[in-house]
Design a protein around this ligand. Structure first.
Ligand SMILES: *[C@@H]1O[C@H](CO)[C@@H](O)[C@H](O)[C@H]1NC(C)=O
Ligand SMILES: *[C@@H]1O[C@H](CO)[C@@H](O)[C@H](O)[C@H]1NC(C)=O
Ligand SMILES: *[C@@H]1O[C@H](CO)[C@@H](O)[C@H](O)[C@H]1NC(C)=O
Ligand SMILES: *[C@@H]1O[C@H](CO)[C@@H](O)[C@H](O)[C@H]1NC(C)=O
Ligand SMILES: *[C@@H]1O[C@H](CO)[C@@H](O)[C@H](O)[C@H]1NC(C)=O
Ligand SMILES: *[C@@H]1O[C@H](CO)[C@@H](O)[C@H](O)[C@H]1NC(C)=O
Ligand SMILES: *[C@@H]1O[C@H](CO)[C@@H](O)[C@H](O)[C@H]1NC(C)=O
Ligand SMILES: *[C@@H]1O[C@H](CO)[C@@H](O)[C@H](O)[C@H]1NC(C)=O
Length: 683
């Protein structure tokens, strides 16, 4: 019964609901009519009975208002807050009037497709104005110059059907919100003459925007325009009068581009060749930037607005000078920083360019880009500055590796310290003063390739200038085992080669008598040539510092010296057993032993009972002697051990008469002349 009753009255209820809505629309329209002046023709402020026939008002079949279209009517007044109740509205076109006051909220007008409020005198948007406008395709609110400053709301992301957003000259400040991925069909974004700041949002990537008008911002948009190349639908790009930086990217995928306005920014770098060949380009401006390289030459059909300068090297499109070209390539790998445009203008790098010094022949000899906060990589194009002697790149934020091409230069100084370089260090000539530390923690990890780091240059470098300072040596005590491993590998190779040479040599000249004549005394630098004094003078100091710390049993590879642990020596000599004794001398006993890898060693143990000043002196003297004398018969001093009062020296053991000695102390290698192993070992 109740059901039947309900069924019977349902249409009636619906009718009441609908007529209530229509009546509400009528009330809203009356309110609107009384808010506008002059009253549009056919409108009434008394009766809303036929509002669907008022000028500019559209209704659907059920009498709901779907559109209000009164553009260019010179209307004054304001919009009543009830406007948002017309929830069947699809279009509001009130542009080009003199409407003022606060805008009512239009939130949740989910059928609204077009909203034209531009060229009026509105003063503010209520918060949430743009919420729930899920059908909105066109939003045009520009030209309301008295709007109190507002920011583009992220609420706009609800309008996923948006095709046009036009809010020119409407007091927008802040950044462009990163919501453009929500607008798959957007074609036109016109935000010129506002106070937008910040950079282009990354959601511009792959967007279908055709008209991009962001020109003439008060403070200026910043950052690069690197997102443009992915916006392949671009047709008209107005970015003039901003603060954009960096180079103009390759826009060759933007084949529809017809109008490109980039003037009055801070663009640097060379104009990409692809810009000149854009198929549909008609209108372009590039003036008042910091563009570099040859000035571009466009087809005669292209209208080039040219009312300002750039930093081009040539005006006719001719190639720049070779050194200028090289320096521009260098600037390119640093992202074309502004400094390297402001200070590097014209076509003569020797005309007083900052960061660059030249010789009298107008060849660049020094490039000093230290401490500039640059990031990027080191350009291989430095190699094209053929007279370059000094290159300072220290204290920047450079990544990547040191290009091999730099080894082709007759460099005197290369300072790359305090960057973030990685990879192997190219093999520079020993005459290069190469400074890689501090910083560059990842540099030279590929140690087996040798290279120029001071740490790994056991077979390289060698001039006094190439050896590191005492402070550098101190820092090295903390370096990774890999570098020590590198040194050991280098030494082992050196021993092998030396042994081979000695073997050959011995066959030819077996007589000891002959050898005595060869008792030349010579200290070798790490490259095998005569060393500077710092290597030799450094020795006793290093040794002393080791001895003074003699309370430690384990001093493996500290401070660059090869300290061997007492445990290892106990193990390999069978705890200094009697049967391993191969000799006794005034200051100690010599034991034989064998390392795990089969290396035969002789351990000279200076016992604590005889250790005193005399023993200490002997210990030092022995290493000093091993360091000084040189002969083709060699014994290798493999390391030493300080154990309480004991001092132990570890030699390579060669039972067959002559021995090879290479004394590896710190960084340098000395070869030692001996008559025979026993004499040295036993004194
Ligand atoms: C819009 O709709 C949401 C949820 O449907 C509601 O919370 C909000 O109050 C509505 N806003 C207006 C102004 O009607
Ligand atoms: C716009 O509104 C302001 C007040 O907000 C008023 O001073 C100004 O005269 C108006 N301009 C026009 C063109 O109506
Ligand atoms: C532009 O916006 C910034 C804040 O983003 C503000 O500090 C500055 O005063 C604004 N400039 C003008 C002219 O309104
Ligand atoms: C843009 O499109 C390219 C190719 O379709 C794709 O690789 C890239 O990830 C897209 N970028 C964004 C931000 O969607
Ligand atoms: C070229 O650009 C200028 C400045 O934006 C504009 O005034 C002019 O109408 C454009 N010319 C064409 C042919 O589009
Ligand atoms: C050096 O200059 C030559 C000719 O100017 C050029 O072909 C070459 O690419 C340049 N090399 C580097 C590493 O830039
Ligand atoms: C160095 O570069 C990295 C990555 O580009 C950046 O995160 C860092 O802030 C930079 N550091 C300095 C001091 O510029
Ligand atoms: C140095 O570079 C590495 C990668 O090359 C990076 O992981 C690290 O964050 C960088 N460090 C600094 C301080 O920029």
């Amino acid at each position: 019964m109740v059901h039947r009753l309900l069924f019977h009255f349902l249409p009636f209820f619906l009718l009441i609901l609908l007529s209530t809505a229509a009546a509400d629309d009528g009330a809203v329209m009356l309110k609107l009519a009384s808010s506008l002046a002059p009253l549009p023709s056919g409108w009434s402020t008394k009766s809303s009975s036929d509002f669907c026939s008022w000028k500019g008002v559209g209704c659907d079949s059920s009498g709901r208002v779907t559109s209000i279209s009164l553009p260019n009517e010179d209307l004054t007044g304001n919009l009543p807050s009830e406007l948002g109740l017309l929830n069947e509205l699809q279009e509001i076109s009130l542009q080009n009037n003199k409407l003022s006051g606060d805008l009512p909220s239009l939130a949740n007008l989910s059928r609204l497709q077009s909203l034209y409020l531009d060229s009026n005198n509105f003063t503010s948007f209520p918060s949430g104005f743009f919420k729930g406008l899920t059908s909105l395709q066109t939003l045009s609110i520009g030209g309301n110059i008295n709007l109190s400053p507002w920011e583009l709301p992220t609420d706009l992301a609800d309008s996923s059907a948006l095709k046009t957003l036009d809010a020119r000259q409407s007091n927008i400040f802040g950044s462009i919100p990163d919501i453009f991925a929500s607008f798959p069909g957007i074609q036109s974004l016109r935000l010129s003459y506002n106070n937008l700041t910040g950079s282009l949002p990354w959601s511009f990537a792959n967007s279908s925007i055709q008209n991009l008008w962001l020109n003439n911002q008060q403070m200026g948009l910043t950052g690069t325009i690197d997102v443009l190349p992915s916006m392949t639908q671009l047709y008209q790009v107005w970015l003039q009068k901003n603060q954009f930086t960096g180079p103009i990217p390759d826009l060759s995928k933007c084949t529809s581009l017809f109008d490109l306005q980039l003037r009055d920014n801070q663009f640097t770098g060379e104009v990409p060749a692809s810009l000149v060949t854009l198929p549909n380009l008609v209108n372009i401006s590039l003036s008042n930037n910091k563009l570099q390289g040859p000035s571009p030459v466009f087809k005669s059909s292209v209208k080039v607005t040219n009312d300002g300068k750039n930093n081009y090297c040539t005006v006719s499109g001719k190639a720049c000078d070779v050194e200028v070209t090289a320096l521009l390539e260098i600037a390119a790998t640093l992202g074309y920083p502004s400094k390297l445009s402001d200070d590097w203008t014209g076509n003569d790098a020797c005309s007083g360019w900052n960061f660059v010094s030249c010789d009298p022949n107008k060849k660049v000899t020094t490039v000093n880009l230290g401490k500039q906060g640059f990031s990027g990589i080191i350009s291989p194009a430095f190699a094209n500055l053929t007279n370059l002697k000094n290159l300072y790149l220290n204290n920047n934020n450079l990544t990547g590796s040191i290009p091999d091409s730099l080894t082709t230069l007759a460099l005197q100084t290369l300072d790359v310290s305090n960057n973030n370089l990685s990879g192997k260090v190219p093999a520079f000539s020993s005459s290069v003063k190469l400074i890689t530390k501090p910083g560059n923690l990842l540099l030279g990890t590929d140690i087996s390739t040798g290279g120029g780091t001071p740490e790994s240059s056991a077979t390289n470098g060698g001039s006094p200038s190439a050896s590191t300072s005492p402070s550098g040596a101190g820092k090295r005590s903390g370096i990774a085992g890999g570098i020590i491993a590198g040194i050991i590998i280098a030494v082992v190779i050196f021993i092998a080669v030396l042994s081979f040479v000695l073997y050959k040599h011995n066959k030819r000249r077996p007589s000891y008598g002959d050898m005595e004549k060869d008792d030349s005394v010579q200290v070798l630098g790490k490259n095998g040539g005569p060393s500077g004094t710092n290597g030799y003078n450094g020795l006793p100091t290093e040794l002393h510092s080791q001895s003074s710390g003699g309370d430690s049993d384990r001093k493996m590879f500290e401070g660059g010296n090869v300290a061997v642990s007492i445990e290892v020596l106990r193990q390999v000599t069978n705890n200094f057993s009697e049967e391993n004794i191969i000799g006794r001398g005034g200051f100690g006993v010599v034991y034989r032993g064998e390392l795990h890898d089969g290396t035969k060693i002789a351990v000279k143990r200076m016992e604590s009972t005889v250790m005193g000043t005399k023993g200490m002196n002997e210990f030092q003297a022995e290493i000093a002697v091993l360091s000084k004398v040189r002969h083709r018969h060699l014994v290798a001093l493999l390391g030493y051990c300080v154990n309480g009062n004991e001092r132990l020296l570890v030699y390579e053991y060669m039972p067959r008469g002559t021995l090879g000695i290479i004394c590896l102390i710190g960084k340098f290698i000395a070869t030692v002349h001996l008559r025979g192993s026993k004499e040295l070992l036993l004194h």
